[in-house]
Write a protein that binds this ligand. Sequence first.
Ligand code: NAD
Length: 478
Amino acid sequence: MNYPTIQHLIGRDWIASPTPEDRAVINPANGQTIGQIPQASAADLDHAVHSAESAFRRWKNSSPMERSAILRRFADLLRQNDRLIAGWITLDEGKPLAEALAEVRASADHVDWHAEECRRIYGRIIPSRSPGVQQLVVREPIGVCLAITPWNFPLSQAVRKVAAALASGCTMILKAPAEAPAGCMAIARYLLDAGLPEGCLNLVWGNAAFISETLIARPEVRKITFTGSVEVGKHLAELAGRHMKRATMELGGHAPVLVFDDADATAAARALAGNKLRNAGQVCIAPTRFYVQQGIYDRFLSELVSAFESVKVGDGLTEGTQMGPLCHRGRVNAMEKLVEDARENGARVLTGGKRVGNHGNFYAPTVVDTPNDDIDLMREEPFGPIAVVSSFREIEDGLSRANGLPFGLASYVFTNSLERADKAAAGLQAGMVSINQFGLALPETPFGGVRDSGYGTEGGTETFEGYLNTKFISRNRA
Ligand code: NAD
């Protein structure tokens, strides 16, 4: 497969001069080097800022129809090249090809939705207190945005930000993930092919701390939008605060699942297993802390274990693979540490709990049964193929344990009782609640967290809030 050469895109130029700091892109299924990540210099970043700023002066005045047409062509190009892009994502991120294809197609849907919705960015007129005065509220793009995105959905995480920024008339500098870079190369390549004017999207690679500190401090950069861990998010929010920059923070979670005893234990366990192991569990909204009511605990647990044991783990490019490797070696080490802590502190590992094979970053689908929340797995986001299960008695007990961490991203409820569903939905401290299904992260619905999981929303009509300023104009006819 023709893996792309990873380069910066600055203005209309693709550039990458090799440096001793360049780092390798590794195929997580076999450890082979498939590419090199260039490192942006201070001069590269300076060029990117000038390029994005000068493009913004024209792009902010483009009509929504013009922006919409370019984005629609981009979405079409993603669809036309879906197999090529999906192959790249499987090579560098590791997910099975079918999941990578789904990511490309979902990304195209996100772009289409933003292309349509940007035609409906409206202002308003507020009735005035004097007959000769007219009061207008207009929305204006905020300017050059910096986006920093993670490797787990290398295409779709970046697409959400790029589409929202461009659709609202902003320009962008994208710092993409070194672990899985090809998805962002596809975004830049196909946006140019779709007719995006030069400088509207600039793509840079390299030292994340250097890039964020340099760019957030630049007066031309007006906003930072970040998806990644809570730790890095808090650091970037501080930088944004110091320089008075707008910020959107899509951070980590540790999604609780409440399974009540009136739910169908078998159906819930099977559905949760499939969703939990998507992308080998490296999903910020993955169901992770399973709280199951006592009456169906044993049945649920045995169904979950058998569903986990039936999953075929292997290279994502191999036909029939249902779960691929973890994206990088650090994730495998993290799984080993969490499972070791669980074993030492009174939890039972019912299946998995070990690496698979002797090359590549494979880790077995793992179910851990714990009587309490005292193990690290119940506190730290595993971001891997581990489900940790514990029982609860009453709804109040389940809710209080579900809300017991500082995170608040996704949460899930399984029940046949409308009363319990409503009570759980109202009581869960989370940005998103999904009941008896996995209905999150659609283009037309808002996606975001509360508490340590961040602030700001992507998707839904809320998506443009992060990219627009509100200007009030009061004019007298005299
Ligand atoms: P990470 O925070 O380590 O890295 C995310 C991005 O930030 C990468 O591009 C990385 O290079 C960059 N980065 C690292 N240090 C930086 C610094 N000092 N300054 C600027 N940028 C820096 O996270 P990760 O391991 O890549 O991704 C996993 C985390 O992301 C998990 O916690 C997961 O829950 C979270 N996540 C959240 C969402 C969401 O929408 N809420 C989606 C996906 C992933």
